[in-house]
Design a protein around this ligand. Structure first.
Ligand code: NDP
Length: 315
């Protein structure tokens, strides 16, 4: 017979690992299921300057590795097994992974959000051939080359700044005049001699599909309608993220963009009513703050709720 676990945590980013630390210390022996992006967004970032307790900042991957060690020290276990299907109709819940079925009394969903793409066929064809959503992973390949970053938020600013370490010139493309990035990041970008800002610009096509290597972009100025070509070797996406919730469609409440709806911060609902034993934390349920520290905080809350649920149902 398949063992019934107390707690399974879906996702090993900041939220999932904090939930793992708390539930492991509560003696729940949590199993953390790691998906396609182990460690989540922090593992793909560089210096994190705003996580309390690190006055000089800490590298994102190091912060994640520390959290993982901390959770493992109290008995959390980890399995690299993306979730294929889930059945939340009855408790224990059934999770189908590439490694088989897992049964659990509580489920903490911390599956985060993944990079968004423009959706152009030429962009999709050139992923890994000059088109990337991860500056820290791929920036190295563009040493001395001219590249472009698309987006107007903090992610795009951070990517553009980071990429100046490698690229000779970074053109930042944004679809409108105003930027939603924080002032401090935008100021840094505007002051940087290697970065050129091009607002009011959309990408119509990534050039180089036949050559299997990005060689430029066809751009349109939305204010003037003018179409131009920008010669670049790399395009980095910095246009936000989408929540990883496809597997839950129809089983829990999602908002119009696929984020998990919660009540009482981390309680997952079904048709507006809390679904007992299922909790969500981190970016998968937070479209407003999306910070490492808020993800960690909600991970803690989810673990405390799971513990409370198990207590109440055992006695
Ligand atoms: P945001 O949602 O803030 O920004 C996404 C940007 O991409 C917007 O400018 C948006 O344009 C643009 N965009 C979205 N879709 C498209 C599209 N299809 N075509 C062209 N442009 C598009 O996401 P971020 O990932 O930048 O930031 C998310 C959160 O994380 C924020 O709260 C941010 O502050 C935080 N963050 C903080 C960092 C830090 O402090 N170091 C670093 C990175 C992120 P438009 O403005 O027109 O909607």
């Amino acid at each position: 017979m398949t063992e019934i676990r107390s707690t399974v945590i879906l996702g090993s980013g900041c939220a999932g690992l904090t939930a793992a630390i708390y539930s492991a210390r509560a003696g729940l022996n949590p199993l953390v299921l790691e998906g396609h992006e182990p460690g989540g967004q922090l593992s793909m970032t560089t210096l994190v300057e705003n996580f309390p307790g690190w006055p000089e900042g800490i590298q994102g991957p190091e912060l994640i590795e520390n959290m993982k060690k901390q959770a493992a020290r109290f008995g959390a276990t980890f399995q690299l097994a993306p979730l294929a299907a889930v059945d939340l109709k009855e408790n224990p819940f059934r999770l189908q992974t590439s490694d088989g079925e897992i049964l659990t009394r509580t489920l903490i969903v911390a599956s985060g959000a993944s990079a968004r793409w423009l959706g152009l066929p030429s962009e999709q064809a050139l992923i890994g051939h000059g088109v990337s959503s991860c500056a820290t992973c791929d920036g190295f390949f563009f040493r001395g080359k001219e590249i472009a970053v698309v987006g107007g938020g903090d992610s795009a600013m951070e990517e553009a700044l980071f990429l100046t370490r490698f690229a000779s010139k970074v053109t930042l493309l944004h679809r409108r005049e105003g930027f939603r990035a924080s002032k401090i990041m935008l100021d840094r970008v505007q002051a940087h001699p290697q970065i050129v800002l091009r607002p009011n610009t959309i990408i119509e096509e990534v050039l180089g599909v036949d050559e299997k290597e990005v060689c430029g972009l066809r751009l349109r100025d939305v204010a003037t309608g003018e179409v131009t070509t920008l010669n670049i070797s790399g395009l980095f996406l910095g246009i936000g993220h989408e929540p990883n919730t496809k597997v839950f469609a129809g089983q829990i409440d999602l908002d119009g963009d696929g984020y998990i709806r919660t009540s009482g911060n981390v309680l997952v609902t079904k048709e507006g009513v809390p679904l007992a034993g299922v909790f969500a934390c981190g970016d998968v349920q937070d479209r407003r703050y999306r910070q490492a520290i808020t993800a960690a905080g909600s991970g803690c809350m989810a673990a405390l709720e799971a513990e409370k649920f198990l207590d109440e149902h055992e006695h």
